[in-house]
Design a protein around this ligand. Structure first.
Ligand SMILES: *Cc1c(COP(=O)(O)O)cnc(C)c1O
Length: 421
């Protein structure tokens, strides 16, 4: 095949001259590790997400892990997550020594089957990790109702190991919900921002995410459930060796002395990362708006193909709450197609210079989770959802011409994939 007319990359970082200046300024400031910019970034994240507070980490994965540890979740406890997600939603459960329990998605959905979820709750269930895939917050009403129902039926009762978790569970009267919000910073559900709906929410600022700090993550938690200062203090100890004073506090003249409360981890965010995050935050609403405009162009341009796209906005009808995603991923499904057709379609797009991806290969198909005993056959809906999924490029460096080109390429690729059948 001839050289394509255009190449469209999947998800390059959007770094502006202002972002570069902000990082350079942090470098020149004399303070490059966790310090004033990190604290300012945490306050800005909490404000933007309607959360009580936010704590930053080196990644969303470490935010999830430290959340589980702060809640005292570990060996003997069960944590439920979706079979249809990235490994980080589940590896954090393994890291703390708890038992991962996987829930299939509902037919034709990227969300857990809430009926099955309720049936998976036992008296050992300490938390549930739903995944806001593509930046669309899950149906939290249905999720909470399923967990409350399981608790009322007697399948569950509060029994957290740490006082933090015990009191929060007792107040919530259901297992705690720790959202994998790696995609959903800036999204809303029923008018409430991601970070204020689940009990706790982990955001990712990895290079491919909507808002980036190169690598980085944050944990936000909703108002009124936890002793905020105590939880924040625990998270900071976990992220920095269990050390009672961070580097900034220790530099104050005469305050050299510190203690190590327990052998903690080392997964703090730096001021260089926070400087980039703060700068990105200033134009974040415009970035999300641009993403939504691209989604709308795709929806229109692909309407004549047998391609179903995940809705990124809904006005709420019947039991469905209104929602607006952060438009992180352009998830599409090739209606009625099998895996071979889907793979040919992706190859045909690649021949046309367009990078596409699949989100996600269900966990039971991966060696790590097969080795833990999960059998793909037990997750038929996740497999069906995965088989014909294709994720198209969606990012703020796409021009209108790029989007038109991807739409044209998708038409050509679809036709050629059909011919090869
Ligand atoms: C990116 C991602 C993560 C992990 O984020 P890191 O910041 O790289 O740890 C977790 N869950 C999902 C669904 C992701 O896409």
């Amino acid at each position: 095949m001839a050289e394509p007319r255009r190449t469209v990359t999947f998800s390059p970082p959007d770094v502006s001259p202002d972002d570069i200046d902000a990082v350079a300024e942090a470098l020149r400031s004399g303070w490059i590790t966790t310090g004033p910019r990190t604290k300012k970034f945490e306050r800005a994240i909490a404000a933007k997400s309607g959360a009580a507070r936010a704590a930053t980490f080196s990644s969303a994965t470490m935010a999830l892990e430290c959340a589980l540890r702060a809640l005292g979740i570990g060996p003997g406890d069960e944590v439920i997550t979706s079979a249809y997600t990235y490994t980080a939603s589940c590896s954090c459960i393994c890291h703390v020594g708890a038992t991962p329990v996987l829930c299939d998605v509902a037919p034709g959905s990227y969300e857990m089957d809430y009926g099955q979820l309720a049936s998976l709750v036992t008296e050992r269930t300490r938390a549930v990790i739903p995944v806001d895939i593509a930046g669309r917050m899950v149906d939290y009403r249905a999720l909470f109702a399923a967990l409350e129902g399981a608790a009322r039926s007697g399948a569950w009762h509060p029994a957290g190991r740490s006082s933090l978790a015990t009191e929060a569970e007792a107040a919530a009267r259901r297992p705690l919900v720790l959202s994998d919000g790696a995609h959903s910073f800036g999204a809303a559900y029923d008018g409430a921002p991601s970070g204020s709906v689940a009990d706790l929410t982990a955001f990712s600022f990895h290079a491919v995410k909507n808002l980036t700090t190169a690598e980085g993550g944050a944990l936000a938690w909703r108002k009124g459930l936890f002793p905020d200062e105590e939880l924040y203090r625990q998270l900071m100890l976990l992220s920095l060796h269990g050390q009672t004073k961070d580097a900034l506090a220790k530099t104050a003249a005469g305050s050299w002395e510190y203690d190590i409360a327990f052998p903690g981890y080392k997964c703090n965010m730096t001021d260089l990362q926070a400087a980039l995050g703060l700068s990105q935050l200033q134009r974040y609403d415009a970035m999300v708006a641009r993403r939504h405009a691209i989604v709308a162009a795709y929806e229109q341009g692909l309407a004549d193909l047998a391609i179903e796209v995940l809705a990124h906005e809904g006005s709420g009808s019947g039991v469905e709450a209104p929602f607006r995603s952060s438009a992180h991923l352009m998830l599409t499904r090739l209606v009625g197609a099998d895996e071979a057709f889907r793979n040919r379609f992706i190859e045909q797009l690649a021949d046309r210079g367009v990078a596409a991806n699949v989100h996600y290969k269900p966990l039971p198909l991966l060696t790590a989770y097969r080795n833990l005993g999960f059998d793909a056959a037990a997750f038929p809906n996740a497999l069906a959802q995965y088989r014909n999924e294709v994720t198209l490029p969606l990012h703020t460096s796409l021009s209108d011409e790029d989007v038109a080109y991807v739409i044209e390429a998708a038409h050509g690729a679809y036709g050629d994939a059909q011919e090869a059948r």
